[in-house]
Design a binder for this molecule. Sequence first.
Ligand SMILES: C[S@@+](CC[C@H](N)C(=O)[O-])C[C@H]1O[C@@H](n2cnc3c(N)ncnc32)[C@H](O)[C@@H]1O
Length: 253
Amino acid sequence: MQLTVLSLFPDLIEQVIDASITGRARAAGLFRLKTIQIRDFAVNRYGKVDDACYGGGTGMLMMAEPVYQAWLAARAETPDQPVRTIFLSPRGQLFSQEKAQELAASTRPLVFLCGHYEGIDQRVLDEIVDEELSIGDYVLTGGELAACVVIDALLRLVPGVLPDEDAYTRESHMDGLLEYPQYTRPAVWHDRHVPDVLLSGHQAKIERWQASQAALETLRRRPDLARKRPLSEAEWADLLTIRREEQKQGEKP
Ligand SMILES: C[S@@+](CC[C@H](N)C(=O)[O-])C[C@H]1O[C@@H](n2cnc3c(N)ncnc32)[C@H](O)[C@@H]1O
């Protein structure tokens, strides 16, 4: 997988991606990341890459030509393959786990374009961008953090980046539900007990409990998600049985 990021602050990207799991995966050659400094393509020798907006308003806008030249350099990295160019933007489609899965499976090299200041001249966006992604309904100072979020989420779905597939297939959002609560040693902490079923060693029961907790957490925390991914009759039946058992054992209603 080839990822290229166009940015005025490429060090930010390098530092984030080189940390921890993604850093190890990069060192192991599981993906290639290239960052391109847009300022290297400035329109003058003083490094000018932005200018005032036509029509007035405060703030500066990134100019079309440096962005375009940086993109041509990104495209030259993989001359035989057309790139898929993603502009990080608060006006974009909301990023999701589904989109992360789609990007992780992409056969085209991915180019991420990060805006800064007021954003980027619309003409170059119209010319090079395939899609715009937003990481949420708020405004950041630049696209770098957003690019890191998208790259991190997609890289953990690339085979080999996490120790085994189970590590991500059984997580929140992978099948439309949130993850069930998890516990580690000790079995009792501050008088709080790990649910008995998890200590039972009975794998089928454990999995039934986990599935019903995932359904319950989703209904409680994110009814909007639960509406998109309605529970099956069997899931409702399991959930109700387990809740009845828990209530019999005096756990919180
Ligand atoms: C200050 S913002 C520009 C906001 C723009 N003037 C607007 O009102 O839509 C600068 C850059 O940060 C990035 N950015 C800001 N918020 C973002 C978000 N929610 N998701 C993705 N990128 C974002 C974009 O690359 C954007 O060009």
